[in-house]
Design a binder for this molecule. Structure first.
Ligand code: F6R
Length: 242
């Protein structure tokens, strides 16, 4: 069930998304948060930092699980998702590092690391999962063709995803890792609520596929048609094909 909000600017989109996050943060128990990286949630994270600074909202008991991590990047690499989350959120709130979970992309046995991540995730239920969407319809790094019953696994990144993400790697696709460890689609669907943020014209086809297209592994985000509570925050460009 999609609840769609369309706003003019990215800042307005982020502020609207924060309203749902704030409800979760103010609920009757300390929440478990599923978090995403990439450009889309940065404004939401800024709102969370502002709220922490201005209102004293504490993260000291909050548990977080991130969606994914590039395979082959050490955690301290400038473009690892571990680094991204620390720069854009964790370093600015009072969350202890032991409460933070990001898939390991640099271990000796990535398959075993994925299984261990899924086992840890299975101990919790995320109160909310933040998502962006790839221009090819991926959520987390579940690329087209990925089965709907997938759990945390290693995924080959498509050429399109690597091209899209080259902007973080000196615009050089050859520097973009070819694989990622990612929560699966079934792992994501367990979250109680979903916040999906998408802006820009290059997301319009994927957003159409997610909401109005057939439910198919060709558009992994279309699995969200089966989720009971998906809040979708878009600008007009991302909503232009709806
Ligand atoms: C990131 C992730 C990806 C991104 C997607 C959109 O953790 O899981 O699915 O959400 O690639 O990326 P941006 O927001 O950079 O356009």
């Amino acid at each position: 069930m999609f609840n769609i909000t369309i706003k003019d600017t990215y800042d307005e989109v982020s502020a609207e998304a924060f309203k749902i996050m704030k409800e979760v943060l103010s609920g009757d128990h300390t929440p478990v948060l599923g978090l995403a990286t990439g450009s889309s949630p940065v404004g939401l994270y800024k709102e969370m930092i502002r709220d922490h600074e201005e209102n004293g909202t504490s993260y000291k008991d909050i548990i977080t699980f991130n969606l994914d991590e590039y395979i082959g990047l050490p955690r301290d690499h400038r473009e690892s998702y571990w680094t991204f989350m620390h720069v854009n959120l964790f370093n600015h709130v009072d969350i202890p590092d032991e409460n933070v979970h990001v898939p390991l992309g640099c271990g000796e046995d990535p398959e075993a690391d994925c299984a261990a991540y899924e086992a840890e995730l299975a101990k919790y239920t995320a109160d909310v999962q933040v998502l962006g969407i790839g221009s090819d319809g991926h959520i987390a790094f579940n690329e087209p063709g990925c089965p709907f019953d997938s759990v945390t696994h290693i995924m080959d990144l498509t050429e399109q995803t690597r091209r899209d993400n080259a902007r973080f790697f000196d615009n050089d696709i050859n520097q973009v890792p070819t694989k990622a460890a990612t929560m699966g689609l079934a792992s994501i669907m367990r979250a109680k609520k979903i916040i999906m943020i998408a802006t820009g014209e290059n997301k319009a086809d994927a957003i159409y596929g997610m909401i109005k297209g057939p439910k198919t592994v060709d558009c992994p985000a279309s699995i969200l048609q089966d989720h009971p509570e998906v809040y979708v925050f878009l600008d007009k460009a991302a909503a232009s094909k709806l």
